[in-house]
Write a protein that binds this ligand. Structure first.
Ligand code: TMP
Length: 215
């Protein structure tokens, strides 16, 4: 196994069940002696967590939402993700830019070209080899039918601004994820989230093992 940093993001509509699997993957990497940075978006730094609260609770238009999540992402990349990758950590990030394309792009219908521009602006980074646009090395998409996700979420907790959206909104978010997968198929792994927790975990583990990041 190499000691280079590895950047893995986790995506899916609300209720798709990412969290326990991210925790479990962290344990497995740590047991292999890898340093792991576990983080989330929007959030991951004190400033980005403040922006998260605004985005999740305050009503605003789609452009404002997009600008705030990208502002949070910029701070998160600079303060946490880039330094962790430079140290050789495994970075496990609960959501990243695909969520912006899915939620603000798909769900809210915000302009795709502007999101692409912001993605390039915010994620451009400099290494010894030159400039490039930072992307996860692997994105695990927990794909679940919106109707099933809604049943899972019902009564679970007080819903935030997104969790309280109707099923049609999440159908558009899901289509947004599908479009991202089709545009960058090598980076994406789609996992059928409507299986037992054990089966989902086995799919996730196999995906990471295929990349030779775990034995
Ligand atoms: P979660 O961390 O509990 O999954 O909640 C984050 C919420 O924020 C979720 O509903 C998706 C939404 N979100 C966006 O709308 N745009 C984004 O760029 C990100 C990262 C999250």
């Amino acid at each position: 196994m190499s000691n280079n940093g590895i950047f893995i993001s986790f995506e899916g509509i609300d209720g798709a069940g990412k969290s326990t699997h991210i925790d479990a993957l962290k344990q497995i990497f740590a047991a292999q002696g890898r340093a792991v940075t576990q983080t989330r978006e929007p959030g991951g730094t004190p400033l980005a967590e403040k922006l998260r609260t605004l985005v999740l609770l305050d009503p605003m238009d789609a452009m404002t939402e997009a600008l705030l999540v990208f502002a949070a992402r910029r701070d998160h990349l600079q303060q946490v993700i880039e330094p962790a990758l430079a140290r050789g950590d495994v970075v496990l990030c609960d959501r990243f830019t695909d969520a912006t394309f899915a939620y603000q792009g798909g769900g809210r219908g915000f302009d795709h070209e502007t999101l692409t521009y912001l993605e390039r602006l915010v994620q451009t980074t400099r290494t010894l080899e030159g400039f490039f646009v930072r992307q996860p090395d692997l994105t695990i998409w927990f794909d679940l039918a919106p109707q099933i996700a809604a049943e899972r979420l019902a009564g679970a907790r007080v819903p935030d601004k997104f969790e309280s959206q109707p099923v049609e909104f999440f159908a558009r978010v899901r289509a947004g994820y599908q479009a991202r997968l089709e545009s960058q198929p090598k980076r994406f792994a789609r996992i059928e989230a409507d299986q037992s927790r054990t089966a989902v975990w086995q799919d996730l583990l196999a995906t990471v093992q295929q990349r030779k990041w775990l034995p």
